[in-house]
Design a protein around this ligand. Structure first.
Ligand code: 13P
Ligand code: SF4
Length: 329
């Protein structure tokens, strides 16, 4: 059986939209009807009218689609959970709030912002406290808007994104639980991180700069602040794509983000900013066979509960509030 052809046939027969994040394997990515970074996918899927969405990405992305479009049946061929999103649940969120309160800062003085890489339950908690969601493409605008409230931002779960945006806005940041002075900070960060983007180091940048003095370095803001400081360009997935595609073809560039995305960007003069292969293990879990199985389960009316995304009504209500506040900005 030729899986690719079978998938194309099933897509034609069914009322389905196949969606893939840029970090998906090439063979999955190239069959998708909609591709993009997390913000683009959240927006584009809302505009589709198909009954079924088959989402190739990580769990929080499928959940966001379900929250925004509860009438759709959202299926994920592999419900793989982003390692960073897994670092925070409602219990940890509340524990951190308690530590912030113990530092003499009341809940009324805090505005929570959650990176979209978090569960619907965490988004709901943030929504209930008057806060909102951001992605790496709009974090700058969202944080700026949040600061207009005159409150401190409690940024979860990615400490790097929080620290990097604090720096670019000339603000002070601190991390809960690492002994830093929370009262002095404008942005208080939860201590989460992306294990894929932690692989890029200043030494990697030095290595490339020594080898190719004219090389440019571009990285995702989930990288450590020391790496972002040493880079020529810092941007979200789609910002990196636009930047790199706009370069002269002869310009060498080393990129600090996920392998699958970088490897399909440009034919030549493009390097991975690492001696390792920085693939996101959870994004890589979805195979063509999984996509086929999920589409076939729709056709045979045998959808497995293991692939369907469910979000409870109460969680969805507040997570939607937090997501809508982002879309308004
Ligand atoms: P984007 O918002 O840039 O798509 O990033 C999602 C992600 O998980 C990056 O690691
Ligand atoms: Fe999560 Fe990192 Fe993978 Fe992005 S690259 S999905 S943040 S583990």
């Amino acid at each position: 059986m030729n899986l690719k052809n079978e998938i194309i046939k099933l897509k034609e027969e069914l009322d389905v939209t196949l969606v893939a994040h840029f970090y998906q394997r090439d063979e999955v990515f190239e069959l998708a009807d909609i591709t993009g970074d997390s913000l683009e996918l959240a927006k584009k899927v809302m505009l589709t009218d198909s009954k079924y969405v088959v989402f190739c990405g990580v769990g929080f992305m499928g959940e966001s689609v379900k929250v925004m479009s509860p009438e759709k049946t959202v299926l994920m061929p592999k419900i793989a959970c982003c390692a960073m999103a897994r670092m925070i649940d409602v219990g940890y969120y509340e524990e951190n709030l308690k530590k912030i309160n113990e530092a003499g800062i009341s809940n009324d003085e805090i505005l929570p912002i959650t990176y979209i890489n978090s569960s619907a339950a965490v988004k709901a908690k943030v929504g209930q406290m008057g806060g909102m969601v951001c992605t790496s493409s709009n974090a700058y605008k969202i944080i700026e808007k949040g600061l207009k409230s005159g409150k401190k931002i409690f940024f979860v779960p990615d400490r790097c994104l929080g620290q990097n945006f604090a720096k670019s806005l000339n603000l002070k940041s601190a991390i809960v639980g690492d002994g830093s002075d929370l009262k002095q900070a404008d942005i208080i960060c939860y201590n989460g991180f992306c294990s894929v983007h932690q692989q890029f180091s200043v030494e990697d940048i030095e290595f490339y700069r020594e080898r190719f003095p004219d090389i440019l370095i571009a990285v995702h803001p989930e990288c450590d602040p020391s790496v972002c400081d040493a880079a020529d360009f810092v941007g979200s997935t789609s910002q990196l794509i636009t930047y790199i595609k706009g370069l002269d073809p002869e310009q060498k560039i080393a990129v600090g983000t996920e392998f699958n995305m970088v490897s399909r960007l440009r034919d030549k003069n493009t390097y991975i900013l690492s001696s390792t292969k920085p693939e996101c293990p959870t994004m890589n879990e979805t195979t063509l066979q999984d996509v086929y199985n999920t589409l076939k389960s729709i056709k045979d009316d045998k959808i497995s509960k293991e692939t369907e995304i469910f979000v409870s009504e109460d969680t969805a209500k507040w997570a939607k509030v937090a997501l809508e506040r982002m879309f308004e900005v």
